[in-house]
Write a protein that binds this ligand. Structure first.
Ligand SMILES: Nc1ncnc2c1ncn2[C@@H]1O[C@H](COP(=O)(O)OP(=O)(O)OP(=O)(O)O)[C@@H](O)[C@H]1O
Ligand SMILES: [Mg+2]
Length: 336
């Protein structure tokens, strides 16, 4: 259980005092995934960095499982930090160290014996499903694989809490999904509590139990993920959510002039999502299909999502394929 009360963080620049975190209070239960969203400069990173005292709070209280984090001496703090892992947008792996040595690092710092380190690292490699990458250097990994290594490193000392400062922001949709699945597994298997900052609406929806919205150093709204997206209370949150919807919308990033075939946006719901509709189109109407972009959401136990595809074939074939998809209940928009 994490209890933050009246947390304030001020920075002084040229004699001017700036409040980056302004009287913030919230609680997070064990095994909960708590999201923090908000515009750039809202104070999200500063707030999260106060939790493990990477930033020294100016005032207020942070109590983690009964331990008053603010009252700890530097030495006690080092010990307590074992219980708080952290991952970052740009992974922050040691580039000169192998995957194995990256994960082993926090255990070496804690002076674990070699055999125990080896057993623990193997266990973690298995957990992130990267056993075959133990000997390689981070430069040869995909973004998602790098972040999974960073997660393994953060989890090495079995922390109770994992902090993620935009841990999926630098990743493409497929790698984002791999990392999100790893985070879900972390909570499920290890009962870790996660506090995560994210700009990605689909990530927030998919993984968070509750979300806090920050603005000008304050939490202006906090709710379960379903309620927050269904009925945002404040104007700022409404605006913020619609701006996220726009930036999540990949239609705008696709250069339609680049494609020779017809470009379609296919929306699926929980009735159609599991059906092999595209492969039937390819087989029965001899069209070629290129996947340009896609997105899946899991909310309210329903699956829905969309794909943007280029369909290549004769006009007649493409028309037939389109009619078939519509007949099967897929909502089809022709973008080009
Ligand atoms: N070390 C510092 N000294 C002075 N001001 C700082 C310092 N760190 C952060 N700030 C200021 O505090 C405010 C909050 O910054 P913070 O990095 O917490 O925002 P954020 O919500 O994480 O933004 P982003 O989404 O861009 O990461 C900003 O105005 C920033 O300029
Ligand atoms: Mg930040």
């Amino acid at each position: 259980m994490i209890e933050v009360s009246h947390l304030v963080k001020e920075f002084s620049n040229d004699g001017k005092v700036f409040r980056a975190v302004d009287d913030v209070s919230f609680q997070v239960k064990k095994g909960e995934i708590y999201g923090i969203i908000g515009l750039s400069g809202a104070g999200k990173s500063t707030l999260v960095r106060c939790l493990n005292r990477l930033e020294e709070p100016t005032s207020g209280k942070i109590v983690i499982d009964g331990v008053d984090m603010v009252a700890l001496s530097k030495k006690e703090l080092l010990n307590q930090r074992k219980d708080i892992g952290m991952i970052f947008q740009h992974f922050n792996l040691f580039l000169q160290k192998t995957v194995y040595d990256n994960i082993a690092y926090p255990l070496e710092i804690q002076k674990w014996p070699k055999e125990k380190i080896q057993a623990r690292v193997e266990e973690l490699l298995d957990f992130i499903d990267l056993k075959d990458k133990r000997g390689v250097y981070p430069s040869s990994l995909s973004g998602g694989q790098k972040q999974r290594v960073a997660i393994a490193r953060a989890l090495a000392t079995s922390p109770k809490i994992l902090l993620s400062d935009e841990g999926t922001s630098a990743l493409d949709p497929i790698n984002t999904r791999m990392v999100v699945e790893t985070l879900k597994k972390t909570v499920k298997d290890l009962n870790t509590t996660i506090i995560m900052i994210t700009h990605q609406m689909e990530v927030a929806k998919d993984i968070c139990d509750r979300i806090a919205v920050m603005e000008n150093g304050k939490i202006i709204e906090e709710n379960t993920v379903e309620e927050l997206f269904r009925a945002p209370k404040t104007k700022q949150t409404q605006k913020f959510i619609s701006s996220l919807r726009e930036s999540d919308n990949p239609d705008q990033n696709i250069d339609l002039t680049k494609y020779k075939g017809r470009v379609l946006r296919l929306s699926y719901d929980d009735q159609t999502v599991d059906q092999p509709i595209l492969s039937r189109c390819i087989k029965d109407y001899q069209v070629d299909v290129n996947l340009l972009s896609g997105n899946m959401n899991r909310l309210d136990v329903k699956d829905f999502g969309y794909m943007i595809v280029e369909v290549l074939g004769s006009d007649q074939q493409v028309d037939q394929a389109l009619a078939f998809m519509k007949e099967k209940g897929v909502y089809v928009e022709v973008l080009k």
